[in-house]
Design a protein around this ligand. Structure first.
Ligand SMILES: Cc1ncc(COP(=O)(O)O)c(C=O)c1O
Length: 393
């Protein structure tokens, strides 16, 4: 194998964007530094000048997010610290004792675990719709499980294991006119694909800010349709800077879901990242995302003993190796080639039964805004060397 990179000459190739996006556009770091050093005030509390600046940053970020997902009301967008807290707020906020919920086998544990807790402790009935061997879910199979008592359909826009994008708009279209709410987990698509909450009939859109949406770690969002906001119950209670004489939480958004101080430093960074996302591809280093996705799909065609599982347009691919531990391949890529990817189950408990990749999981490679074709080619060369070394095929 080629000489292992030392800490001095190591060139880092980051291909774990499905976990979190890196690097962020420079404007993100600058905005966070500026806010932390020069403003540093709470939002939604004081009336002095720097508190008003904090308020304006939060309001600006809400407006940008509403625009990004075509939501008419920025006030119905609430901030969270990641995708998981947003999904928990959504699930516990609208699902009640004994309700029926439909979800799918591709989901991340941030959705499956709260739903499973409700099955065990609140007697809800959960229907889990299967996926095919690439992680694709049939929209008709989801809608076919609807019952008069179904309060929620919860589905990811894309699998974080194979990148398979689900036709959420088709599901929303078939559900239109009914009373069941549609929750979409856009963790893998916000900032990478266009999302239209209104056209797709999405009532609750949950997503982290720190992946494709160019925010820093510590950001997430939940956007609610009018009818979802009317049904929503708060799950975290505390100070909101409003109607403070009252012991109940405000019933209006966003205060209903935003008890306690917001992480305005992170939101300032997210606001700056979204401003870059609105006008340009967030990294000048970035090659065309379709080309990256296509090059990734063909990565293993020349390597014996390696199979690629991918669902389509996103630059996410899961590799499966004949008789080799994926954790070892990930370690070799890191230590010998400076290539950072993730191995294992990717916090998705159920999909591996359908992909045939349990119990060890897959080697997941995920590109993002800054990924270049050259980086994918270097990954391909590294995988060939490793396959030769390990005598695969
Ligand atoms: C599909 C999906 N949903 C939810 C999450 C949870 O997001 P976070 O890590 O920001 O809590 C992830 C994270 O990888 C994800 O891939």
């Amino acid at each position: 194998m080629t000489a292992a990179p030392t800490s001095e000459n190591r060139q880092r190739i980051y291909l774990d964007h499905a976990a979190t996006g890196w690097p962020k556009p420079p404007a993100v770091y600058e905005a966070m530094d500026r806010f932390a050093r020069q403003v540093g005030a709470s939002a939604g509390r004081g009336a002095y000048r720097s508190a008003s600046i904090a308020d304006e940053i939060v309001a600006s970020c809400r407006r940008r997010l509403a625009r990004l997902v075509n939501h008419p009301s920025p006030q119905n967008v609430a901030f969270f610290s990641n995708g998981t807290t947003a999904l928990n707020a959504a699930v516990f906020g609208v699902v009640g004792e004994g309700d029926h919920v439909i979800t799918t086998a591709i989901e991340h544990n941030s959705l499956l675990r709260p739903l499973n807790w409700l099955v065990q402790h609140r007697g809800i009935e959960l229907d889990i719709v299967p996926c095919d061997e690439f992680g694709r879910v049939d929209p008709a199979a989801v809608v076919g499980r609807l019952r008069p008592t179904t309060c929620l359909v919860a589905i990811s826009h894309a699998s974080n294991v194979t990148g398979a994008v689900q036709d959420v708009a088709a599901i929303g279209g078939m559900m239109r006119g009914g009373e069941t709410l549609l929750l979409c987990d856009a963790a893998q698509t916000l900032g990478y694909m266009s999302i239209d909450m209104q056209a797709s009939g999405i009532d609750l859109l949950a997503a982290p800010g720190h992946k494709g949406a160019c925010g820093p770690l510590g950001t997430g969002m939940l956007a609610l349709s009018g009818r979802a906001a009317a049904q929503m119950k708060p799950t975290i209670f505390g100070g909101t800077g409003s109607i403070s004489q009252q012991l109940e939480m405000p019933t209006a958004m966003p205060g209903m879901l935003e008890a306690g101080n917001l992480n305005v430093t992170a939101i300032a960074g997210w606001d700056a990242g979204l401003s870059v996302l609105a006008v340009e591809n967030p990294s000048s280093r970035s090659d065309d995302q379709d080309q990256i996705a296509s090059r990734l799909r063909h990565l293993t065609s020349e390597i014996e003993g390696v199979r690629a599982l991918t669902g389509g347009v996103l630059p996410i691919v899961s590799l499966v190796f004949d008789a080799v531990d994926v954790g070892m391949v990930a370690t070799l890529l890191d230590t010998e080639f400076g290539i950072e990817v993730r191995s294992g189950l990717h916090c998705a408990a159920l999909i591996h039964d359908f992909l045939g990749t349990g119990p060890q999981g897959t080697l997941r490679i995920s590109g993002g805004h800054g990924t270049t074709l050259d980086e994918i080619d270097r990954l391909g060369e590294a995988l060939k060397e490793i396959a030769t070394e390990l005598q695969l095929g």
